[in-house]
Design a protein around this ligand. Structure first.
Ligand SMILES: Nc1ncnc2c1ncn2[C@@H]1O[C@H](COP(=O)(O)OP(=O)(O)O)[C@@H](O)[C@H]1O
Ligand SMILES: [Mg+2]
Length: 256
């Protein structure tokens, strides 16, 4: 579903992604972990065209994401087309504050895909039910808790019928008691077969839901493997020291 080959990206002469290569099969759930500044967000942002790679190849669902078959940069229309197959959920939910919850979820299909209003809203209601928020359809984002807003953001991304969902620390901005509902929606999505790449510090979620874990440090994939391999028998010293600091910290603050 996704193939990344030798992806490089630098900002102001600092290399942030250093020959990153990975493949993600359809239906796979990949957890990405690693210290702050290791390039996790930049990787997701390159996959979703929020950053342009310096070099490397990204293919999503058989289509090159940045250049066409002849090596020319894709037109804006083709980029928009590939990009709409990739849903993204951010740490900060970025809902439209002046729109209702229903309008937030229906807006992509209506205004980007030019679907009619009734059809867009009917599908938006179904998605709100899927994330457990059917009764919030007519409220505005500010009337919802952070966890509810994040579930609306997930529904809004799903409304574009993406082939892949990218999550960039979706629960990091939430109060601890609101994290569980968001993770439950993500787990259900994974069980329904969605292809997902999830950057998170929720190690319990990664252990339970991800089929594969990628550990990044300093712009490289240091190690990847099954949750059992990475959490119980990491091969690399850097993976070990990262996990021991994260797991000690979560055990101490009681949120493990
Ligand atoms: N738009 C940008 N301009 C300059 N530097 C950036 C930009 N985005 C990210 N960086 C830098 O790239 C590095 C990796 O950032 P990021 O991908 O956000 O890491 P992570 O998500 O793993 O914390 C950091 O050093 C960050 O400061
Ligand atoms: Mg980040």
């Amino acid at each position: 579903m996704i193939t990344v080959t030798d992806l490089c990206k630098s900002f102001d002469g600092t290399q942030v992604l250093n020959n990153v290569s990975l493949t993600v099969a359809a239906g796979e759930v990949v957890g990405v972990i690693g210290p702050s500044g290791s390039g996790k967000s930049t990787l997701l942002r390159c996959l979703n065209h929020l950053e342009t790679p310096d070099s490397g190849v990204i293919e999503v669902d058989g289509h090159q994401a940045y250049i066409d078959e002849r090596g020319k940069t894709l037109s804006a229309a083709r980029i928009a087309d590939t990009r709409s197959g990739v849903g993204m959920v951010f740490q900060h939910f970025n809902l439209f504050p002046h729109l209702t919850v229903l309008q937030n979820v229906a807006s992509g299909p209506r205004f980007v895909r030019r679907k009619d209003r009734a059809e867009s809203e009917q599908r938006a209601r179904a998605l709100l039910a899927q994330v457990g928020l059917a009764e919030k359809a007519d409220q505005h984002p500010e009337q919802l808790s952070g966890g509810q807003q994040q579930r609306v953001a997930i529904a809004r991304a799903l409304a574009m019928q993406p082939k892949v969902m990218l999550f960039d620390e979706p629960t990091s901005a939430l109060d601890p008691e609101l994290v569980g509902d968001v993770l439950a929606v993500m787990q259900q999505l994974a069980e329904d077969g969605m292809t997902m790449i999830v950057v998170t510090h929720e190690m319990g979620f990664v252990r339970k839901v991800a089929g594969r874990v990628i550990f990044m440090d300093e712009g490289r994939i240091v190690e990847q493997g099954s949750p059992a391999e990475i959490f119980e028998a990491p091969a690399q010293p850097r993976t070990r020291s990262f996990l021991s600091s994260v797991l000690t910290h979560t055990a101490q603050d009681g949120t493990a």
